[in-house]
Design a protein around this ligand. Structure first.
Ligand SMILES: NC(=O)NCCC(=O)O
Ligand SMILES: [Zn+2]
Length: 529
C-alpha cells in the first residue's frame, strides 16, 4: 500500500522564526506537509515529540572543514582536524542539517583560479561524503581583475556560490583597502554577499611584536594583542568602504561590544549591514584563556580564536542584547577544528611545554626565528576552536532556558536567517509545505537530566572542546534530514553520503534599504554604472 506519508512527527511544539504552537508534521519523500487527518498517517513511521520543541534543522553558515588555515606568520597554520565526514557527523549530532564551508584561495600561483580552488575543494567533500547538506563560500585573498571578472559569474551560475569571505588580518590572507574595494565591487556586481573578517592586521602585528619584546608570548597574551579597538576600527573602516560603493556587507564572528556598536549604528542609519556572532563570544572570556596561565603551559591554546572572546561577561551582555534587538542576523559556530595534541594542530605554537603535556615532536616544523626559543609564541598557534555540535545546545541552554531569547528568536538566528542570507530559503530554514523536511526535535522540558559536557560525548575529530565541564540542560533528541532520521536518542543513524551539495541563490535579506545616498560627493555610486 502506498502511504500518504513516510514519517509523521506528532505531539510537538512547533517553533518557527515567527510562531510557536502545537502542530503535527507529515513528511513524504524529502518534503514537509503540515496538516493531515488521523487516517492519512496510516503506515507512516511515527516520531512522538512528547511535547518537545520541533524546529527547522540548524543551518551553520560558518564551518571550516578540510581546509589548511594559514593564520600564523610566514604562511604557518594548522590542518583542519575535521573532514566532511567527521565535521558533518558532529554537526548532525548537535541538530544541524546544513553547513556552509570554505573553499580557500591562497596566494600560490596554482590557486589563482577560484574555479580550480572550488573544484579541488569539492573533491575533498566527495572523497568522504557528508552526513548533511552542504554548500561552499569562497575565501578570496587576491584581487586579480581577470579572475574576478570571468570566474565570479561561473561560481554563481554553475556552483551556486553566492558569498565570499575576505580577511583584514593574517599576513598571507589579508587584503588592503584598495583590494577590499576591488573585490567587494566585483562581488556586488554578481550579487555575491561579501563576508568580512574585520580585525586590523597591522595593529595586531604591532602589538604582537611589543608583547614578544617583553617576553609575553603565552597563549593568554593572544587576547592582549587584540583589544576591542582592533575589531572596532576594522568594522568601522569596512562600513566606510562598503558605503563608498553602496555594497551590503556581512561581518562574521563579531566578538566585541565595540564592533557590535559600530554595526548597530550603521544599521540604524538604514545601511544594509548584516552580522554574525558565535558561541565562543557568549560563553568564554579572558578568564578561560587565563585558566592555566604560566609561561610554559599551552593548555590555553585550546581557547585561541580570532577575534578573542571579551575580557568579562559585560561583552556577553552586549552581544545577547544584539541577538535580541536584531544587530545580529545569524548565529554560527565558526567551527575551526585543530587538534591540541598534534604537531599540525595547536602545537604548531608550542615550542616547549610541561612534560605532563608533552605530545609528538614538532621537529618537522621549521621556524628558524623561534626554533631555539624556550617558550613558544601565541603568534604561531593556529586560530580557531571547534563548536559545530555544541552551537545549538549551548544557545538553547543559556539562551532559551534562561529566558534571554525566545524560541522563535533562536530559530530565526540559527536557521531561518542563515537560509535567507545565504539564498536557501524556503527550501531550508522553514517548516512550510514543500520545504525540505530538515527538523530538529528537543527533549521535552525537564526530561533530560542536566549534564556536564565532556569531549568524549562529541562526534568531531578533535581531542578537546573549549566547553569541557559546562552544564547543559537540553540536547537535540532527533535530527531529521530531508525526511530521514539521522540522530535519535543519542544514536547516530545517518550515513556519510546522506548529505547533498547545495547550489545557493542570492541574499534574500539584502533587498530593502532605507536610502542610498546618490550625492556623488558622498559616495562613489557612479563606479557601478
Ligand atoms: N576565527 C578563527 O579563529 N579561526 C577561523 C579562521 C578565521 O576566520 O580566522
Ligand atoms: Zn575569520
Amino acid at each position: 500500500m502506498t502511504t500518504k506519508f513516510d514519517l509523521v512527527i506528532l505531539n510537538g511544539v512547533v517553533v518557527t522564526a515567527s510562531d510557536i504552537g502545537k502542530f503535527d508534521i507529515g513528511i513524504k519523500g524529502h518534503t514537509l506537509t503540515p496538516s493531515f487527518s488521523a487516517e492519512e498517517i496510516a503506515g507512516a513511521e511515527i516520531v512522538d515529540a512528547e511535547g518537545g520543541m520541533v524546529m527547522p534543522g540548524g543551518i551553520d553558515g560558518h564551518v571550516h572543514l578540510c581546509q589548511d588555515l594559514k593564520t600564523g606568520p610566514l604562511g604557518l597554520g594548522g590542518e583542519c582536524a575535521d573532514n566532511f565526514e567527521t565535521g558533518s557527523r558532529s554537526a548532525v549530532c548537535g541538530g544541524t542539517t546544513t553547513i556552509i564551508t570554505f573553499a580557500t584561495q591562497t596566494r600560490a600561483d596554482e590557486d589563482r583560479s577560484l574555479l580550480k580552488v572550488v573544484e579541488a575543494y569539492s573533491a575533498r567533500a566527495e572523497a568522504t561524503g557528508s552526513y548533511i547538506d552542504y554548500g561552499f563560500h569562497v575565501i578570496i585573498v587576491r584581487d586579480d581583475e581577470d579572475v574576478l571578472e570571468t570566474e565570479l559569474p561561473v561560481l554563481v551560475e554553475q556552483w551556486g556560490i553566492t558569498s565570499c569571505k575576505l580577511f583584514m588580518t593574517y599576513e598571507t590572507m589579508r587584503l588592503q583597502d584598495y583590494q577590499l574595494l576591488d573585490v567587494m565591487l566585483a562581488a556586488l556586481k554578481h550579487s555575491i554577499t561579501t563576508m568580512i573578517h574585520a580585525e586590523n592586521g597591522e595593529m595586531i602585528q604591532w602589538l604582537t611584536e611589543k608583547l614578544e619584546s617583553k617576553g609575553m608570548m603565552a597563549p593568554y597574551y593572544h587576547a592582549l594583542s587584540r583589544p576591542q579597538s582592533v575589531e572596532g576600527e576594522a568594522a568601522n573602516r569596512t562600513i566606510v568602504l562598503a558605503e563608498l560603493i553602496e555594497s551590503p556587507i556581512l561581518f562574521v564572528h563579531v566578538g566585541s561590544s565595540a564592533s557590535a556598536a559600530v554595526i548597530r549604528a550603521a544599521q540604524t542609519r538604514g545601511y544594509p549591514v548584516f552580522a554574525e556572532t558565535c558561541p565562543q563570544y557568549l560563553n568564554l572570556t579572558w578568564e578561560d584563556l587565563k585558566r592555566f596561565h604560566s609561561p610554559t603551559c599551552f593548555e590555553n591554546s585550546k581557547m585561541i580564536c580570532s577575534p578573542p572572546p571579551g575580557p568579562d561577561s559585560s561583552d556577553q551582555d552586549s552581544l545577547y542584547l544584539g541577538l535580541h534587538n536584531g544587530t545580529f542576523t545569524i548565529f554560527s559556530s565558526d567551527h575551526c577544528p585543530f587538534k591540541y595534541d598534534d604537531p599540525h594542530g595547536k602545537m604548531v605554537g608550542i615550542l616547549e611545554h610541561e612534560p605532563s603535556m608533552r605530545g609528538p615532536s614538532r621537529e618537522d616544523i621549521s621556524f628558524p626565528e623561534l626554533a631555539h626559543n624556550k617558550v613558544g609564541s601565541f603568534r604561531m598557534i593556529p586560530n580557531g576552536i571547534p563548536g559545530v555540535e555544541t552551537r545549538l545546545p549551548l544557545l538553547f541552554t543559556r539562551g532559551i532556558s534562561t529566558g534571554r531569547i525566545t524560541p522563535q528568536k533562536f530559530v530565526e538566528l540559527t536557521s531561518t536567517n542563515p537560509a535567507k542570507l545565504y539564498g536557501l530559503y524556503p527550501r531550508k530554514g522553514a517548516i512550510l509545505p514543500g520545504s525540505d523536511a530538515d527538523i530538529v526535535i528537543w527533549h521535552p522540558e525537564g526530561t533530560l537530566p542536566p549534564f556536564t559536557l565532556e569531549n568524549k560525548h562529541l562526534h568531531h575529530n578533535v581531542d578537546y572542546t573549549p566547553y569541557e565541564g559546562m552544564k547543559f540542560n537540553n540536547w537535540p533528541r532527533y535530527t531529521i534530514l530531508r525526511g530521514k532520521v539521522m540522530w535519535a536518542n543519542g544514536v547516530l543513524l545517518g550515513k556519510p553520503y546522506d548529505g547533498e551539495y547545495l547550489k545557493r541563490g542570492p541574499n534574500q535579506l539584502g533587498k530593502g534599504v532605507a536610502h542610498f545616498k546618490k550625492d556623488p560627493r558622498r559616495v562613489a555610486a557612479w563606479v557601478r554604472e
